[in-house]
Ligand binder design. Sequence first.
Ligand code: NAD
Length: 382
Amino acid sequence: MKIGAPRETFEGESRVAMTPDSALQLQKLGHTCFIEAGAGDAAGFSDEAYRKAGVTVIPTVAELFAEVDFIVKVRPLVTDEEHGWLRKGQTVISFFYPGQHPDRLELAKETGANFIAMDMVPRISRAQKMDALSSMANIAGYRAVMEAANNFGRFFTGQVTAAGKVPPAKVLIVGAGVAGLAAIGTTTALGAITYAFDVRPEVAEQIESMGAEFVYLDFEEKTQDGAAAGGYAAPSSPEFREAQLKKFRELAPDMDIVITTALIPGRDAPKLWLADMVAAMKRGSVVVDLAAERGGNCDLTVPGEKIVSENGVTIIGYNDFPSRMATQASQLYATNIRHMITDLTPGKDGVIVHNMEDDVIRGATVAFEGAVTFPPPPPKIK
Ligand code: NAD
């Protein structure tokens, strides 16, 4: 099959869905690879590097869509023009977010093309190599710490120097999913004293094994469990939320850096770091809100922006953390996509078999041969 990656046009998006390395692997599966000219520039991959990897560089996006059978992308197709380039039998692989964007499903269906959503890959062991949500969340967690460090006027680690004794920074991570754990690993490696909280008590052990301290609430143990199906969080009860906010109010004056990552599937981000907590923080402290795209965990977050509060706390609400590390993010994302295509090419002979009996392929396919196939049935295998 012919597989091609267009240049991403979403503002501020620097990632690319095919790298020279992933193209080499795709060719080993019997496919031929194409890229729109300049598509890898922002991620550090030149047209020349693609050519050296055996990829054909195509001057325009319309020509690319006309040439290939398979389109690999980061951001979903959004415009009528983009959908107009598609034909029946083609397949598009990208992030899609079908639950939040039913309009996209309608557009997809009308094209007669097949759409695979990387955000719908079931989170089962066999599919971990295709789990782009996790690979991007891992980068976001790391990058959140880098952004915090860049806006914080002190060391993370404590030091005793001839010029004076420096205390270590104190960091609170709220939400210990993939991004939160990556942030914990990074702050502890930098020597900060790290505290972390999650509504799912089962993560306490993971937090502690990474050298951070789990923040316990004064709450009846039985009702402390905020876990729901599939390892995700459920909305907290009002009493639990009050206990959580009380604890955060106690911690706020002492924290130099707060990184919030708390999300509940299908809902707006819960507000957890409230205006009075920001007001209680020291001048020069930093809040990084990784939930900004879903409304933010911090009251003061402005999605997409960095602001400074009246009392001198920097609040970072960027929503492009993985794109800020475009080379790394593209390498991992292109690898996730390559693994998906490997499963779609069982004979390693360049022939795509879109097997709708396969849990992972079925789970991720949101439109197939002119029909909407979202939501999928629950996976059979854990
Ligand atoms: P996520 O991005 O949905 O949420 C981030 C974290 O916020 C979660 O840990 C959640 O518990 C927490 N949270 C929600 N409300 C909160 C609140 N009020 N206060 C504090 N924290 C709050 O999470 P994720 O990174 O997608 O991970 C979700 C689950 O999926 C985890 O159990 C994770 O281990 C699991 N997972 C499994 C696989 C796999 O099996 N392949 C891959 C990735 C993640």
